[in-house]
Design a protein around this ligand. Sequence first.
Ligand code: PNS
Length: 161
Amino acid sequence: MTKPRIAVYPGSFDPITKGHEDLIRRSLGFVDRVVVAVAVNVAKQPLFSLEERVALIQETVRLPGVEIRAFEGLLVQFAREVGASVIVRGLRAVSDFEYEFQMALMNRNLDPKLETVFLVPAFDLTYLSSSLVREVARFGGDVSALVQPVVQEALKRKFQR
Ligand code: PNS
């Protein structure tokens, strides 16, 4: 029997958007399992707590082969723990490139066997980001095309005054 191919898909997921969902689905096209790795230590103060971010992904993504886990510390360490050989990241625009390139090289430096794979999101989700979703929702804008209803409701509750 061949070893199952496992990818980690790390991020802040604050909150999960349809762009993230798209990449999870695309990843399942070339690996057997995807571990969605929700970072505990998000540099910026997140809008949603770790528990809320994990719960929103669980409610949004119900696909065989997808596992949702929180992780703390180095991503390469977590990847090793779950037996992943691939890190999946999305590349939306040129503006993502510098940060992503730095991160990929640093992760390779830390673990040369772990390969970073960049995926291109669906065309209509290219300019989507959690930070834009938060900003639009904060001011009462419509984010229904960008996130699942459960996320939309959670955003509404957060910004209720
Ligand atoms: O969704 P984000 O905020 O762009 O995700 C960034 C994340 C969580 C993937 C990145 O900050 C990370 O991997 N953090 C874990 C700490 C780590 O391993 N840092 C070294 C990688 S350069």
